[in-house]
Design a protein around this ligand. Structure first.
Ligand code: UDP
Ligand code: MG
Length: 328
């Protein structure tokens, strides 16, 4: 089969109820673009019937392909695997829960034809999210803009079209802690945003807990900035300076007025304060060392357990020989 022009990558994790309705809306849109297309599902270790649903759909629609991970590796890794296996000249990444309206793909393709290499969907409002979550999102973008090495367009997520040129660059980045949004911005190329309104999740609940989002945000900042490491140097200087100043103050006071043994509480407080600072800075250094450790281990990004339909063969992932094309 000749390579299709357009590939759509959809990471799925326990989305069996959404795949059917998604395809019903997606396929007519893909037909309307007039391009040859393929859909690549990346089953991120689902525990429900997601893979069975995809398998039965692919019997009637050969343009559907899928790979299934041996366990849950996370959405970011699923996207990386999708990029490895997509063959299109342009690649669209979207969620399976219909929060990313498939109709937008037409607008994306339109911009791509105009010569843009990266077209991202830009969410116009976050009113579906809680105020706290929105506040944190805003704080994150501010922090990232201040300390990160690159600017992130606010409201731009994974819903986007990337030209083959960009896909090849993304594939060449072997980072283990993948903060896609940062990587998309890092590679550059001629980019543009298309505003869209996020729809309600069709079925199921979001799999991003607050804790997971926080980790994700920290990953993002730590992958693109060393400021968290440097803060401690500045703080160290500041505290040393303050302690010299206090020492001088006490010295002069004792010389002038003598001593009467006060200050026991302040001693305890300062000891606790400094041990806290030290533990925190050690923790931050530990985070970076951990990242270095993850990178030097050179493990494959993901493990494919099964493949369905015709997706591109790749060599930079671990695909056990026996599992290839089984039951295809
Ligand atoms: N997803 C995934 N692996 C995961 C979690 C989510 O592949 O570990 C997929 C999920 O099936 C969906 C997309 O990533 O297609 C977005 O997930 P979700 O709707 O939970 O995130 P949100 O919309 O809250 O950002
Ligand atoms: Mg969602």
């Amino acid at each position: 089969m000749a390579s299709p022009k357009l590939s759509v990558i959809i990471p799925v994790h326990n989305e069996s109820a959404n795949i059917g309705p998604l395809c019903e809306r997606l396929f007519p849109v893909l037909e309307r673009t007039g391009l040859s297309w393929e859909v690549v599902f990346v089953d991120d270790g689902s525990r429900d019937e997601t893979l069975d649903v995809i398998r039965s759909l692919s019997r009637t629609e050969p343009r559907i392909g899928a790979l299934s991970f041996s366990r849950n590796f996370g959405k970011e890794i699923a996207i990386a695997a999708g990029l490895d296996h997509a063959r299109g000249k342009a690649v669209v990444i979207m969620d399976a829960d219909l929060q990313h309206p498939p109709e937008m793909i037409e607008a994306f393709v339109e911009r791509w034809r105009q010569g843009y290499d990266m077209v991202y969907g830009q969410r116009t409002d976050r009113s579906d999210e809680t105020r706290v979550k929105r506040g944190f999102a805003h704080l994150f973008y501010r922090l990232f803009a201040r300390f990160g090495e690159i600017g992130l367009p606010e409201g731009a997520g994974d819903f986007r079209l990337i030209d083959r040129k960009g896909v090849e660059v993304l594939r060449a980045m072997g980072e283990k802690a993948r903060f896609s949004k940062g990587l998309y911005a890092w590679i550059g190329f001629k980019s543009t945003g298309v505003p869209f309104v996020v729809e309600e999740r069709r079925s199921g609940t979001s799999q991003w807990s607050f804790r997971r989002l926080f980790r994700f945000a920290f990953d993002g900042i730590a992958s693109f900035s060393t400021v968290p490491l440097r803060i401690w140097t500045y703080l160290g200087f500041l505290i040393s300076f303050l302690s010299i100043a206090t020492a001088l103050y006490f010295l002069i006071r004792t010389l002038l007025f003598g001593t009467d043994l006060p200050g026991f509480p302040s001693l305890i407080v300062s000891i606790m304060f400094f041990s806290g600072i030290q533990l925190m800075s050690l923790g931050i250094i530990g985070e970076y060392v951990g990242r270095i450790f993850a990178e030097v281990k050179r493990r494959p990004l993901y493990v494919v357990a099964e493949r369905i339909g015709g997706t591109a063969e790749v060599s930079n992932s671990l695909v056990p020989e026996s599992s290839q094309q089984r039951r295809a």
